[in-house]
Design a protein around this ligand. Structure first.
Ligand code: DMJ
Length: 504
């Protein structure tokens, strides 16, 4: 009751809110969200194959795990992850926009019907604020902009309100975990000194800005702008952002810096906040370019044989390891290149290409041609996992995500070639009768399945692959921002009002 009251007070007490500038959204369902066949027959065929993969993943989820969060493709049942508490239907919400852009109308409609009838946030559930935001809030907002169906907007805002109590900490840096019934938050027990995690609280910005525009309530934007202010005001060691921040003191807790797990999408969201604001959010731009400059100085290295990699920084010492998660950074560097400080555009495009190459090597040096969770550059090895617990592949998207940006921005055919290699490897080693499964060891010549079809396989991996074999006018990058789960958020254009007025 107390939590409900706080949420209600926050929503009704509009007087004290700073007004947001008026923003005019693109007319729904217009800009490049409608399917178009590529002219080249060979490309069309490849794209069709990827759509068939989506059908296989969806059909089996529907048959064996409908309404559950994820599918167990080998044992053919539902898989529940503690990340969503007992919120259900992660695969359905994560898949919505992929179904839409692949023109899978019947499947989209059955997913929408499930959301209307069954998606329920009135549950006693402790959830990961980050995961629920990127998958559920992001997926619902994206489905709303693509389809115009009001239910998605309503559900996104309803969930956004449920997440607000997470911000009730002395610094306003949110808790990682929140019970969405009681409104009680806490941090991961393993996180250094009770800290919140940079990649988690730093990956709310895009969705929360849209929640404010979609609800007409600035509270969501205020919460994430406060996170921005706290981070901007803090002293940064060597210009770097540590992964751990204590929400009580508002101070860094441990000097561990990573562009992979625990840090990754914070940097991505700085860049995308700049792009999504139609390049008006100058603070985000500055923080992004300052951050990647420091990263380049302190974390990026070249191996003996010329592979560029991004290491992890621990209080000044480098661990020469790069995570699969870190591979998204190639696409990020390339996406931001155009707006780089003077003379640096080519440099960042090149850096993106080098990271793409390294990540491709990490795939190419395995038996299955899909990359491990982490690979190392020490002890005489390059781009190879040396520890048993780093050899798995869980259908992650980051490498094909980077190929997608590199393809769009350079049209170098090697990215389509590499993407196709990944498709063939997925078909050969991850496809099973009941869907797609992750692998326990990518160097082993006999598949050992982890028996999980991750929801991000449908949200991200298959979407990025499909886009690589589509024309550039399907979801043009100037109009759409992909959240970190590949959900689509339109640029909040400052010119649309003018266009509308001129058109009258
Ligand atoms: C996804 O949920 C998102 O891409 C997130 O940013 C990182 N982890 C997974 C995919 O690997």
């Amino acid at each position: 009751m107390e939590k409900e009251k706080v949420a209600q007070d926050q929503l009704s007490n509009r007087a004290g809110f700073r007004r947001l500038p008026p923003v005019y959204l693109a007319p729904l369902n217009t800009i490049g969200a409608i399917d178009r066949e590529p002219a080249d027959a060979a490309i069309r065929e490849k794209r069709e194959k990827i759509k068939e993969m989506m059908k296989h993943a969806w059909k089996n989820y529907k048959r064996y795990a409908w309404g559950k969060n994820e599918l167990k493709p080998v044992s053919k049942g539902g898989h529940s992850s503690s990340l969503f508490g007992n919120i259900q239907g992660a695969t359905i919400v994560d898949a919505l926009d992929t179904l839409f852009i692949m023109n899978m109308k019947d499947e989209f409609e059955e997913a929408q019907a499930w959301v209307e009838e069954n998606l329920n946030f009135n549950v006693n559930a402790e959830v990961s604020v980050f995961e629920v935001n990127i998958r559920f809030v992001g997926g619902l907002i994206s489905a709303y902009y693509l389809s115009g169906a009001e239910i998605f907007r309503k559900k996104a805002v309803e969930l956004g309100v449920k997440l607000l109590p997470a911000f009730q900490t002395p610094s306003g840096i949110p808790w990682a975990l929140l019970n969405i019934k009681s409104g009680i938050g806490r941090n991961w027990p393993w996180a250094s000194g009770g800290s919140s995690i940079l990649a988690e609280f730093g990956t709310l910005h895009l969705e929360f800005m849209h929640l404010s525009y979609l609800s007409g309530n600035p509270i969501f934007a205020d919460k994430v702008m406060n996170i921005r202010t706290v981070l901007n005001n803090l002293e940064k060691p060597e210009g770097l952002y540590p992964n751990y921040l204590n929400p009580n003191s508002g101070q860094w807790a441990q000097y561990h810096v990573s562009v992979g797990g625990l840090g990754d999408s914070f940097y991505e969201y700085l860049l995308k906040a700049w792009l999504m604001s139609d390049k008006t959010d100058l603070q985000a731009k500055k923080m992004y370019f300052d951050a990647i400059k420091a990263i380049e100085t302190h974390l990026i290295r070249k191996s003996r044989n010329g592979l560029t990699y991004i290491a992890e920084w621990k209080g000044g010492l480098l661990e020469h390891k790069m995570g699969h998660l870190t591979c998204f950074a190639g696409g990020m560097f390339a996406l931001g290149a155009d707006d780089a400080p003077e003379g640096m555009t080519q440099h960042y495009l090149q850096l993106g290409a080098e990271i793409a190459r390294t990540c491709h090597e990490s795939y190419n040096r395995t038996f299955v041609k899909l990359g491990p969770e982490a690979f190392r550059f020490d002890g005489g090895v390059e781009a190879i996992a040396t520890r048993q617990n780093e050899k798995y592949y869980i259908l992650r998207p980051e490498v094909v995500e980077t190929y997608m940006y590199m393809w769009r921005l350079t049209h170098d055919p090697k990215y389509r070639k590499w993407a196709w290699e990944a498709v063939e490897a997925l078909e050969k080693h991850c496809r099973v009768k009941g869907g797609y499964s992750g692998l326990r060891d990518v160097y082993f010549n006999k598949e050992s399945y982890d028996d999980v079809q991750q929801s991000f396989f449908l949200a991200e991996t298959l979407k990025y692959l499909y886009l690589i074999f589509s024309d550039d006018d399907l979801l043009p990058l100037e109009h759409w921002i992909f959240n970190t789960e590949a959900h689509l958020l339109p640029v909040l254009s400052r010119n649309l009002k003018k266009v509308e007025d001129d058109g009258k």
